[in-house]
Design a protein around this ligand. Structure first.
Ligand SMILES: Nc1ncnc2c1ncn2[C@@H]1O[C@H](COP(=O)(O)OP(=O)(O)O)[C@@H](O)[C@H]1O
Ligand SMILES: [Mg+2]
Length: 255
């Protein structure tokens, strides 16, 4: 990883930082407003480091999606993650995401919410890897089981709480494994407490039913699951989301 670049808030007006703060359409007014918004969160500096990048901007970031760009923020000595709302996001603010994240936190899921406003969501910084990348270098079955058990268990808790994440069937960017092998589900932007929950089934499809790079590695570790049997155990759980049916599913997937 390249050397991190730490920029105090009052220097974020400069390029290329302004372009990250206001991606993809920086304008001076909006940059100034956002700098003030960061100050309101007591952010003293932003840190540009990580393995992701933003098109046309020559500084590294932690991650990016269609709604946000995630970088590190400094609150004096504390380092946290901040999701910056893209200027072209089809969301007016990040407050819905904050409320969903807070609900997830109440059942001990996801990075802890620290603060939120129109354009910023501050949360616990996860120092780790996206699951597909983690799996490239961690193939020991017992360890992989331990990590996947956490993924499934957290999805079960979300199901029980009536909170549907919404983006777990295509989850390559939404499951993080930190350096102590703890799992964090991220991005509650499309989450809902109104939809029917499908966290466990969606993540199982992604991990064991599909053609993703993670699924391919898991096939090598656990052997290819019989599709019909998978549909059966998923169906039983979907019909009746009990602990017993959940354990049946876990046993099938992780043996
Ligand atoms: N708390 C966090 N700590 C570290 N990295 C994070 C954190 N939250 C998100 N990321 C990284 O940033 C990426 C984009 O965040 P995400 O919330 O998915 O944005 P979007 O809603 O635009 O898809 C994630 O895929 C992940 O790699
Ligand atoms: Mg995302």
């Amino acid at each position: 990883m390249k050397t991190p670049i730490i920029i105090p808030v009052d220097q974020l007006i400069q390029e290329p930082y302004a372009s990250v703060l206001c991606f993809p359409n920086p304008n001076e007014n909006e940059v100034q407003c956002r700098i003030q918004e960061l100050r309101n969160h007591s952010v003293t500096a932003l840190e540009f480091s990580g393995t992701a990048s933003v098109f046309g901007v020559p500084v590294p970031v932690l991650g990016k999606g269609f709604v946000g760009i995630v970088v590190i923020a400094h609150l004096n000595m504390e380092r946290v993650a901040v999701k910056i709302r893209r200027t072209d996001a089809d969301r007016a603010d990040l407050l819905h995401e904050a409320s969903m994240l807070s609900k997830a936190n109440s059942i001990d899921v996801a990075p802890k919410l620290i603060g939120a406003s129109k354009n910023f969501l501050l949360m616990q910084l996860i120092d780790g890897y996206l699951l597909p990348n983690w799996l490239k270098t961690n193939r020991e079955k017992t360890l992989v089981k331990l990590v996947l058990r956490q993924v499934l268990e957290q999805c079960f808790r979300l199901d029980q709480a009536g909170l549907d994440h919404g983006e777990l069937s295509k989850a390559p960017k939404h499951l993080l494994v930190d350096k102590t092998e703890k799992v964090f589900i991220v991005d509650f932007e499309t989450s809902s407490v109104e939809r029917r929950v499908a966290n466990v089934t969606a993540v199982c499809q992604y991990l064991f039913g599909g053609n993703s790079s993670a699924a391919k590695i898991l096939d090598e570790i656990f052997g290819r699951k019989n599709r019909l049997e998978l549909i059966d155990v998923l169906g039983a759980y979907k019909k009746n989301k009990t602990r017993e049916n959940f354990e049946g599913l876990v046993k099938f997937c992780l043996s």
